[in-house]
Design a protein around this ligand. Structure first.
Ligand code: FPP
Length: 236
């Protein structure tokens, strides 16, 4: 039986869902927020320790100003509706990504949620927001180089480098789910996903339900993880 401490999700397909339903793209993102609330509560009930969701990438700034502005308003919509419930469910909010470019009003709403939930001990709901993995790795390398120059560190290992990443302190990612059928990582957690299991499904994020999560987890549980070692059950 595989353990599932850290689940990461690329929540893709909001735009396609909106198109299918003859709605503006923003309606897809709005529905996506409700789905995220459901999945957060359910993942917490399942005992998952950390849920990292790709909410906005460093490449998403290329979208129309209207869409970007709308996505920047989603944290306000999400926390205004659900902070009480997150508290009742002992959920802690965190963020990974480059805070600098995020509008200050949006950052304030996120920081308020981080502060309000900081002593909660249940699921960590970790938003990848203005997140890009290459950017994260380059920042980490620069920070390490500075610490080396300052004489604070003198050696580097896979584990100590991981401490320079935004995800420092979080458990290893066990499972990555990507909705909306695209077979790519889109600059998400490139270092952290080295030995994670991937499940890519056709379901669009706004149609994602607890049952769909159950079936992804069932698939994951059936996988034989050998972290690069030999699979003894295979006769080769
Ligand atoms: C990808 O779908 C989705 C996004 C870029 C935004 C995801 C954000 C949420 C689901 C809500 C996050 C919640 C908070 C509180 C920040 P897409 O637009 O690329 O879909 P498409 O591939 O069908 O066009």
């Amino acid at each position: 039986m595989n353990t599932l401490n850290h689940l990461a999700i690329i929540m893709d397909g909001n735009g396609r869902w909106a198109k299918q339903n003859k709605l503006p793209r923003t309606a897809g993102h709005y529905k996506g927020v409700e789905v995220l609330r459901n999945i957060t509560i359910y993942a917490n009930k399942l005992g998952i320790k950390c849920l990292t969701v790709y909410a906005f990438s460093t490449e998403n700034w290329k979208r129309s100003a209207d869409e970007v502005n709308y996505i920047m308003s989603l944290p306000k919509i999400f926390f205004a509706s659900y902070i009480k419930e997150l508290m009742e469910n002992n959920v802690r909010v965190m963020i990974i990504g480059d805070r600098e470019k995020i509008p200050s009003e949006t950052m304030k709403v996120i920081d308020d949620a981080i502060n309000t939930t900081k002593n909660n001990t249940g699921l960590i709901l970790n938003f990848a927001f203005n997140y890009g993995s290459r950017d994260e790795i380059v920042r980490a390398a620069k920070k390490y180089a500075q610490d080396y120059k300052d004489g604070k560190v003198n050696d580097l290992s896979e584990e100590s480098f991981a401490d320079y990443l935004y995800t420092s302190g979080l458990p290893e990612v066990d499972l990555l789910i990507r909705t909306g059928s695209e077979m790519r990582l889109s600059n998400f957690l490139l270092y952290q996903l080295a030995y994670s299991e991937f499940v890519v499904i056709d379901t669009l994020w706004p149609d994602f339900t607890n049952d769909v999560l159950d079936s992804c987890i069932a698939e994951y549980m059936g996988r034989k993880r050998n972290f690069g070692g030999r699979d003894e059950t295979k006769n080769n």
